[in-house]
Design a binder for this molecule. Sequence first.
Ligand code: ATP
Ligand code: MG
Length: 303
Amino acid sequence: MAWSGARQAVSARGIAKSFGRQRALDGLWLEIPSGLTYCLLGPNGSGKTTFIRAVVGLLHLDGGDLQVLGQPVGEVARLYSRIGYMTQHKALYPDLTVEENMEFYAGLYGLTRKEREERMEELLRMVGLFNHRGRLAAALSGGMYQRLSLACTLIHQPELLLLDEPTVGVDPRLRQTFWEYFNRMAEEGKTVLITTHLMDEAEKCQRVGYMRAGKMAAEGSPEEILDQAGLQPILKLWLADPKEDAALLARQGYPAAVKDGAVLIKLEARSQVKEILGLVEPLDMRLVEPRLEEAFLLLAEDR
Ligand SMILES: Nc1ncnc2c1ncn2[C@@H]1O[C@H](COP(=O)(O)OP(=O)(O)OP(=O)(O)O)[C@@H](O)[C@H]1O
Ligand SMILES: [Mg+2]
């Protein structure tokens, strides 16, 4: 695999955690290489938040081995200045203003006054809260609150970012800004681990892991996940005589089906488009790319 040998930001080997009889992590194996954006997906209750809490050292694991930035997780508290964690739940002080919340976090990490002022302004502008910096956290809208949480998480320039559903409630334009920022961080060699339920966000990540019942059900780049689910692009052709042309294509080894007057062909490779166009003359055509969402729906079915 291309990633072997790369330095791992997080390395989980068979980690387990139960809450009573509920197995939240059930022998989870997961390697997250440094310097990329990694998206963790999975249905509600599949163990994503539990995994992140384990990485931050907030859980006592029942078993397995977990290393964070090259250290055993038991030592993770020493690495807090290098880690940024944004929880899925509210973690700001409601009776402090936007600016005061940020100052509080900056103080925790021992930033100098100059560093603090520079970082605060840059981040407040990035999350679009600069003009609201005097407002109480309690008076922010849901999306604004989320944006302030992110700004606080980034104040000390962490090299490992753990973001649990950071874009919930954030409008599309700002989500775009967030993603540009995450990609820039990865380019600088930082690692960004994100959970989300939004497939268009998952498609933006370099690697994706799909959790189910406390285990990894699928893992790889978005393209690799599509392959694992057996999803291929489909060529849709509108032909003068769909039935006859479908039969002709089938005889040439291209399994074609007629649906709603169009001929559908599951491609094994994109190069087949040219071959097919040498056999039939469509009136119109469209290449339907598979979506990650379909792959996950397939992978989510118990097989
Ligand atoms: N502190 C806890 N006490 C009891 N059960 C817990 C606790 N934390 C998590 N669980 C259970 O562990 C399982 C995994 O929960 P987790 O929060 O990790 O899921 P998730 O993948 O983050 O879900 P979501 O997409 O809804 O955020 C669930 O069944 C949950 O109810
Ligand atoms: Mg969660």
